[in-house]
Write a protein that binds this ligand. Structure first.
Ligand code: HEC
Ligand code: HEC
Length: 211
């Protein structure tokens, strides 16, 4: 065989193998199978999301609660919040039922210890630029001395927790996508109860808890 013919034969075999390889490795996807909407990308009118369905029943003793998303996650609100939002300085009905003094008698869970702690040290800035936190002078807000700045237990709800709906939201029954997340609770009753209290509050933090 002449050299040119040999080369030509070699090239033909190689491209045949590449062709077979490609045609086997390329699955195709329809545009309906992409994304969450499961319809083609051109017809907006056929996009009907799951209905938002909040629980309409008023809070009640023995009412159903929802499992926590993960250990010490803020619980979702299982009852109706009709007439309770927005929370204002003069109207916070959540506190009226969830404050530790009243909650047990109403069959509600009291807000936990963490909500009665000031995680923000009292801070002041003097005319000469010196910053004081909880009475301790520091050079700047990333100063290492901050490690000694304690968090303080309060007698009642911390102002930072007043706006409950900032972190707690009602749960809708609609399900846009299947949730396959499996929480791995670190306490036995982790699905129903927070365990973020006591020494856990400062675990991993360079700070102290003032009693
Ligand atoms: C009339 C009393 C009342 C009011 C007002 C109220 N709750 Fe509740 N809450 C309850 C009761 C009782 C439960 C127990 C379950 C139920 O009935 O749904 C509960 C359950 C909860 C839970 C679930 C706790 C758990 O164990 O998982 C959260 C979170 C919650 N409420 C937050 C709020 C927030 C935020 C507000 C204000 C927007 C509020 N609640 C207003 C009585 C009340
Ligand atoms: C800054 C976010 C935030 C705000 C604001 C907040 N919470 Fe929470 N809440 C959490 C988190 C996070 C948890 C779970 C961890 C913990 O115990 O602190 C929680 C836990 C709870 C629990 C469950 C306690 C338990 O023992 O399992 C209740 C009840 C609750 N909050 C009620 C309230 C109410 C009522 C308000 C308003 C007065 C409020 N929260 C404001 C974040 C918040």
């Amino acid at each position: 065989m002449k050299l040119v013919t040999k080369l030509g034969f070699g090239l033909a075999v190689t491209s045949f193998i590449v062709f077979i390889g490609c045609s086997q490795a390329q699955p195709t996807y329809s545009e309906e199978s992409l994304g969450l909407r499961k319809v083609d990308l051109y017809s907006e009118s056929s996009v009907i999301p799951d209905k938002t369905e909040y629980n309409e029943t008023a809070p009640s003793t023995g009412g159903k609660t929802l499992d926590r998303a993960f250990q010490d996650a803020p619980p979702m609100i299982p009852h109706s919040v009709d007439g309770m939002l927005p929370i204002t300085v003069d109207n916070n009905q959540c506190v009226g039922c969830h404050a530790p003094e009243v909650a047990p008698s109403l069959g509600a869970l009291p807000y936990p210890q963490s909500h009665m702690i000031n995680f923000r040290p009292d801070t002041s800035l003097a005319a000469d630029g010196k910053i004081t936190k909880n009475g301790k002078e520091i050079d700047n807000t990333s100063s290492e001395k901050l490690a000694d700045v304690s968090i303080k237990k309060l007698a009642s709800l911390s102002g930072a927790r007043f706006n409950c709906s900032q972190c707690h939201a009602p749960q809708s029954k609609g399900q846009l996508v299947e949730n396959t997340f499996q929480p791995d609770y670190t306490t036995e009753d982790g699905a129903k109860k927070s365990d973020w209290s006591g020494s856990k509050l400062t675990e991993g933090l360079d700070t102290l808890l003032d009693k």
